[in-house]
Write a protein of this length. Structure first.
Ligand code: DGL
Length: 376
């Protein structure tokens, strides 16, 4: 990748303030208190423009429809990242950006190999002193899995923001341009450092750990059960909460040391679920099965034996819930101690799958695995 060529490290004003021993932000507030409340879009970039790499992976934000009224039926992953960036000229006022196309796919096509490739490239870029932050354009369908994976494995406190859109750029009311602008603002803001991998859409900043897609077509689809971390509005990045669980620098997982992720399958529970789905997962080499169970991880009477049989073959069994939120209580619906099973904390099945895959690179002891599930 080419190096950034245009750095506006310090404006004359900032240089003078620094020379005078003043913090630029504080001094600006002292000099012009009124401006702080009506901060223009470029306010946070006045001291210096951040250098942001925007990695394109596809999704609706790179999508195009046949007509402007096609808001939900269109082709995703067709517009190159450089073209998306060029369509939002306002971005250049807040950051020096560079595009890099790593994939051009719908996010449903992410798999372990692609996840690792993306993570390793992000890690490589974060190590460059001339890169201040990363924005990843991504399909919304699996944004929550990628963001959780990066949140757990990147070893940097520089901001990494994953962004998508629900409508293609060709649609009436397209949301991608503002989402991308907001994502660059968040990635450029020093306040975003040390907060783990973030997801920005629809004026909100979410932690990659909590966020999930909750609606198939609405722009207001992303939700975190405990609320977003903050807002992006009028060019301002506003944080109100901090992630409580360990992330990035604080975890035992390191993207640079991961070459392969163990196979973890999800078996979805429903009335009349076929026990053969458990056997199929075992035959396909699953090292763990996340059972997306009903309610508080309840398991149908005809499913207990197949799951116990899988455990007897060495496969880890994780009880999760298909309800969409809440924690699964150990030894409540099922005797986990007796069966040597594990429960999720509040991780949705698809997030538990990511965490279990990482956890299995560290240990195969179910007690240790349980601790990991409760920690992250
Ligand atoms: N299939 C989808 C994906 O790439 C398009 C949906 C979207 O990005 O909003 O995840």
């Amino acid at each position: 990748m080419k190096r950034f060529t245009r750095f506006t490290r310090l404006t004359t004003l900032s240089a003078l303030l620094l020379a005078a021993g003043l913090n630029a932000g504080t001094a600006q507030a002292q000099l012009a208190p009124a401006a702080a409340t009506t901060a223009p879009a470029s306010a946070q970039s006045e001291a210096r423009k951040a250098n942001i790499v925007i990695i394109g992976t596809g999704g609706t934000i790179a999508g195009a429809g046949a007509s402007a009224t096609n808001t939900a039926a269109y082709q995703s992953a067709v517009v190159p990242v450089d073209k998306i960036i060029a369509s939002v000229p306002e971005i250049s006022k807040v950051a020096n950006v560079k595009g890099e196309q790593i994939f051009q796919i719908g996010s449903e096509s992410f798999n372990n190999e692609r996840l690792l490739k993306l993570g390793k490239r992000v890690s490589e870029l974060l190590k460059q002193p001339d890169v201040d932050g990363i924005v990843i354009t991504h399909g919304t369908d699996t944004i929550e899995e990628t963001a959780y994976f990066l949140n757990l494995t990147l070893k940097s406190d520089k901001p990494v923001v994953v962004v998508g859109s629900m409508r293609p750029g060709t649609a009436l009311g397209a949301d991608g341009a503002l989402n991308l602008y907001d994502a660059v603002l968040v990635a450029s803001n020093p306040d975003s450092r040390g907060k783990g991998t973030l997801v920005v859409l629809n004026d909100e900043i979410h932690t990659g750990r909590d966020v999930t897609k909750s609606n198939t077509f609405k722009t207001e689809t992303f939700r975190s059960p405990f609320g977003p971390l903050g807002y992006v509005v009028e060019g301002r990045t506003l944080f109100f909460r901090l992630p409580a669980r360990p992330h990035t620098m604080q975890t035992e997982f390191d993207i640079d040391k991961l070459d392969k992720l163990p196979e973890v399958a999800i078996v979805y529970a429903y009335g009349n679920v076929n026990p053969a789905s458990v056997d199929a997962a075992v035959k396909n080499g699953a090292k763990a099965i996340v059972f997306a169970a009903t309610g508080n991880g309840s398991v149908g009477d005809y499913m207990v034996e197949p799951l116990k049989a899988a455990r007897a073959k060495g496969v880890q069994i994780v009880r999760a819930s298909r309800t969409g939120s809440g924690v699964v209580i150990r030894n409540a619906e099922q005797p986990d101690d007796k069966y040597d099973w594990i429960v999720t904390d509040d991780q949705l099945p698809q997030k538990a799958r990511i965490l279990m895959a990482l956890a299995l690179t560290k240990t195969n002891d179910p007690k240790e695995l349980q601790k990991i599930l409760w920690k992250y």
